[in-house]
Design a binder for this molecule. Structure first.
Ligand code: R5P
Length: 280
């Protein structure tokens, strides 16, 4: 693997643990001002110090992420449809590789919709993006999107979608956790991270999902709503970090969450300072 590609991947997946906590904030590209991501800067700023990577579109990157913040960017480059459409699979590439390089992205991400009406187009988009990514040393993450059909998220479907993504050249895959998740990971020859999906009922559910995903082979999470839709997002991400990077159990994570929730006054404003990652 070339230096550029290798170096970028090592900025995404922490070499000391082989794992990553990615903060997903790219929902607006088809969902609009998602609850608690209405003002992306306000949501993202307090979480940057605890994120290995932040996932955003170029619009949010320019408007809401300070260039001085020391955090690698996973740039979402697919889109072209919105939740007003029944079929969300009608996506194309919205951002060029040249632009990704200009924005100093560490990796780019694209959704694929296996089994959906526009399956072929999204898979060919992935292939083209990988061709360009390899040329520039830019890792491509494929996201196994299911649109509005959340019930699709079982191990048979996700194994198929992840494997297809890897075969077409994705350097990383983001998918959902499911029962039988280890089979999904076993069939996918590149690192897998899990999304959180819609907000779960309790923090315990979130920590269980993360712990199970890690135990079953995920290298980390690329998670959004279950972090920033929580009333205590910093406490949640710290607990997730402990599971992902330190092997904390669900119980230990809950202890950390409660401790941090009690102690920490959540920062509500980016005016509080310039976020710096503290742990690399
Ligand atoms: C969808 O918009 C993106 O792929 C998200 O980055 C992904 O779903 C992760 O976010 P969440 O944990 O909120 O599902």
């Amino acid at each position: 693997m070339d230096y550029g590609l290798k170096n970028r991947i090592s900025r995404m997946i922490r070499p000391s643990t082989g794992r990553s906590v990615m903060l997903a904030c790219d929902h607006g590209y088809f969902m609009g001002p998602t609850r608690r991501l209405e003002n992306p800067r306000t949501t993202i700023a307090p979480l940057v110090p605890y994120s290995d990577v932040v996932s955003v579109t170029r619009g949010v990157l320019r408007a809401s992420v300070d260039p001085e913040w020391d955090v690698p960017i996973l740039l979402r480059v697919s889109g072209g449809t919105s939740i007003l459409q029944d079929d969300l699979s009608n996506e194309g590439i919205t951002t060029s590789m040249k632009e990704a390089v200009r924005l100093n992205a560490t990796a780019v991400s694209i959704s694929i919709f296996v089994g959906a009406p526009n399956e072929k187009e999204t898979l060919l988009n992935l292939g083209r993006l990988v061709d360009e990514g390899e040329e520039y040393g830019m890792p491509v993450m494929a996201i196994t999107a299911v649109g509005k059909e959340l019930e699709k998220r079982d191990d048979r479907y996700l194994s198929l979608a992840c494997r297809v993504a890897a075969e077409l050249g994705a350097r990383m895959v983001k998918t959902y956790y499911c029962e039988g998740f280890s089979r999904v990971v076993d069939g996918c020859p590149v690192p897998v991270v899990v999304a959180g999906g819609p907000k779960l009922d309790t923090e315990a559910d979130v920590f269980r999902l993360v712990r199970s995903a890690i135990e079953e082979g995920a290298v980390g999470v690329d998670m959004g709503r279950n972090i920033w839709q929580n009333d205590h997002p910093v406490a949640v991400i710290k607990a997730i970090d402990a599971i992902v990077h330190e092997g904390a159990t669900e119980k230990e994570a809950m202890g950390l969450f409660l401790e941090s929730k009690a102690k920490t006054q959540e920062l509500a404003s980016p005016a509080a300072g310039r976020p710096q990652r503290s742990r690399r």
